[in-house]
Design a protein around this ligand. Structure first.
Ligand code: CMX
Length: 435
């Protein structure tokens, strides 16, 4: 037998051991925690600290103690817009203080001074096959800039100081953050808009400029601002935040750390779900020849997905036990935007919201049958003409960077330890379970 066949036999023999442990002994304690927590991705284990956001299972996210509506209401607005700037939100995430408009504009000016992306980053992107996934391009662009890291440069020069090294991390994070919008826009225009590019407009804030460089309407500027803020942070245990924190805990710099987080975000159970939602919804509409489905059609399609062993993208959550307020916030945006409110795709997404939780409850597996952030976000993008749904996770990634970079700045300031949880073997768990 070849290696793969031997491995397959071993896997087939091992699987029932895990199933038995989870089914019959899930609640047995291994130290402080249960077997189901140990095998099941560490659910509920309190082993991370952050003061930047907190996720209550019933209420949803609070950024620095504020709900989403409170955050949008409190931050100073971009002149001429109803939405705050991403820069003002960065100030809030880092400090816990609501900045004045002037303080937000100082961040804006600082980011602008860093926003020129080195040419070699574009060269690397251009050297990649054009059909590379935009998330692979985004991650590659970030890690390619590692040579710019002030933290790593000073560390290599023997200038590491535990008390002050956060300042280098802070500088790296600002520079990196400032470049994410131009990099994201470049990937978009290179891949989908005939490789034509639009230079930044120095009069615009981060969100506004991103919309401008994408080639979008002024209306989309608020979409970008809202989208980046909503997707920024969801406390520390989600894959992208945790991966960024984990890598940074080895004293890796912001470039290595964020790239790791972005790679995690690219998974279909995490950020890529927003792409999957649109793919699922569009293929469903195509099957019906563009007709509006009946509730029965929809139920059948949802059951077909579940029966084929796939998840319903955009539904369920590891922590949340009610509708994600990030979903609600985007839904409100749709309802308040003439044109979007009656948009067929939005209507279909609303219809899925009416039907999917019941189907998931009947299916009986998901602990949370309600929609998460990804169920709604693609519709807004589609409506504004960003129809290349494989790109949606890059938008999520630009937003997520705000949260994870603020977190690793604080990680470094507080000197949090290198992460090193303990493993056990399956045999040890079986022994604890008395098998
Ligand atoms: N459709 C079908 N089954 C689902 C489901 C869904 N939407 N959500 C959960 N389940 C299943 C799980 O796969 C699991 O099945 P197994 O026991 O066979 O492994 C079971 O229900 C229990 O899972 P859970 O405890 O409710 O959820 P988890 O914490 O394990 O997973 C999540 C959370 C988000 C990965 C899961 O709900 C899911 O896969 N959802 C669809 C993908 C998605 O929308 N992801 C985006 C989340 C938000 C984000 O990070 O961007």
């Amino acid at each position: 037998m070849g290696l793969k066949e031997v491995l397959k036999e071993k896997i087939d023999a091992h699987r029932p051991r895990i199933t038995k442990l989870l089914k019959e002994h899930g609640e047995t304690k291994v130290g402080e925690y249960t077997i189901s927590q140990t095998i099941g991705g560490g659910r509920g284990i309190k082993s991370l600290v952050t003061d930047i956001s907190y996720l209550d299972p019933m209420e949803g996210i609070r950024f620095r103690g504020m709900t989403i509506p409170e955050t949008f209401a409190a931050l100073p607005k971009v002149p001429g817009s109803d939405y705050p700037s991403v820069e003002s939100f960065w100030y809030l995430l880092l400090t816990g203080d609501v900045p004045t408009l002037e303080q937000a504009q100082e961040v804006e000016a600082e980011w602008k001074s860093y926003s020129t992306v080195p040419q070699y980053v574009y060269d690397i992107l251009r050297a990649m096959p054009r059909d590379s996934h935009p998330m692979a391009m985004f991650s590659a662009a970030i890690v390619a800039m590692q040579r710019e890291s002030i933290f790593s440069g000073n560390y290599a020069a023997g200038k590491f100081n535990k008390m002050t090294c956060w300042e280098d991390m802070y500088a790296d994070c600002n520079i990196l953050m400032a470049r994410l919008a131009p990099i994201g826009a470049y990937i978009y225009r290179m891949k989908y808009k005939g490789d034509t590019h639009i230079p930044a407009d120095p009069s615009l804030d981060f969100g506004g400029n991103f919309a401008h460089m994408l080639g979008q309407s002024t209306e989309y500027m608020d979409v970008a601002r809202m989208y980046f803020i909503l997707h920024s942070d969801h406390e520390s245990g989600n894959v992208s935040a945790h991966a960024t924190h984990l890598v940074a805990s080895a004293l890796s710099d912001a470039y290595y750390s964020l790239s790791a987080g972005i790679n995690g975000l690219a998974g279909p159970l995490h950020g890529l779900a927003n792409e999957e939602v649109l793919r699922w919804t569009q293929s469903f509409m195509a099957k019906l020849g563009g007709e509006v489905p009946t509730e029965e059609d929809l139920k059948k399609a949802l059951w077909d997905t579940l029966n084929s062993g796939q998840v319903i993208p955009g539904y369920g959550h590891a922590v949340l036990r009610k509708t994600d307020p990030r979903y609600t916030s985007q839904q409100e945006f749709c309802l308040n935007t003439p044109g979007l409110k009656d948009y067929p795709l939005f209507k279909l997404v609303k219809m899925i919201f009416d039907v999917a939780p019941g189907v998931l409850l009947e299916h009986g597996k998901a602990k949370n049958p309600w929609p998460n952030v990804d169920a709604q976000s693609g519709v807004i993008q589609w409506y504004y003409g960003v129809t290349e749904y494989e790109y949606y996770t890059v938008l999520f990634g630009i937003g997520r960077a705000l949260g994870v970079l603020a977190n690793i700045t604080w990680d470094r300031a507080l000197g949090y330890a290198i992460e090193r949880p303990k493993s056990v073997t399956t045999a040890m768990l079986e022994e604890v379970a008395g098998i």
